[in-house]
Design a protein around this ligand. Structure first.
Ligand SMILES: CC(C)(COP(=O)(O)OP(=O)(O)OC[C@H]1O[C@@H](n2cnc3c(N)ncnc32)[C@H](O)[C@@H]1OP(=O)(O)O)[C@@H](O)C(=O)NCCC(=O)NCCS
Length: 170
């Protein structure tokens, strides 16, 4: 295993499972640790995102405990060229940065999206979020456009996308 980027502790085992309603407070708190306003979501918005009918919501727990140390929310939507997944948010506790929890969550989310019919994954990332940009590059996402003031005046986003493998090859 490579040396983690900034982690204070490497979890011995990471378990991924579907989101449960009882995880809501934990993921809201994690989002507050990971993002400053205006990039973080309110509890109400987070609740709506995770419970949406088109949502794939996964959490990561560490060291055999129930403590949530990461989560991803993906929404599926029909487009003219088929179903796309969209990464609403992906958050990993900074104490575990570089421990491959983000990769595990995104891989599983991509697989679940492909099994649900998605052929491609889309996302937006703040142009100054260099860590996430480096991460998505490593996950083979391709940059597409720069969207001015996507996150509010003067806060631009890059759009990224990735073709998903057919589910019969997964
Ligand atoms: C971005 C984020 C999800 C990455 O999760 P992670 O668990 O730390 O990432 P991983 O350990 O799976 O890293 C996978 C690869 O990306 C690279 N990477 C991850 N974070 C990086 C960073 N901050 N700087 C440079 N490279 C980074 C890793 O080095 C690793 O590369 P390798 O395959 O050569 O070893 C996590 O840092 C995070 O939650 N950040 C805050 C919230 C955020 O910005 N979310 C994304 C926007 S929606």
């Amino acid at each position: 295993m490579k040396t983690p980027l900034m982690s204070q502790s490497v979890p011995a085992a990471v378990t991924l499972r579907p989101y449960r309603r009882s995880d809501l407070q934990a993921i809201v708190e994690l989002d507050r640790i990971c993002f400053f306003p205006p990039f973080r979501f309110s509890k109400q918005s987070m609740s709506e995102f995770v419970q949406a009918r088109n949502a794939i919501s996964l959490v990561a727990c560490g060291d055999g405990t129930t403590r949530v140390i990461g989560f991803v929310i993906i929404h599926l939507a029909a487009h003219s060229d088929g179903i796309h997944g969209y990464v609403v948010t992906l958050d990993v506790n900074p104490a575990y940065t570089g421990c491959r929890i983000g990769s595990k969550l995104l891989d599983r989310g991509e697989r679940d999206a492909a099994r649900a019919g998605a052929t491609r994954m889309d996302l937006h990332v703040h142009t100054e979020n260099t860590g996430a940009i480096a991460f998505y590059d490593k996950q083979h996402y391709q940059p597409e456009n720069r969207l001015e003031s996507f996150y509010g005046l003067g806060r631009d986003a890059f759009s990224y996308s990735k073709s998903l493998e057919r589910p019969d090859t997964l």
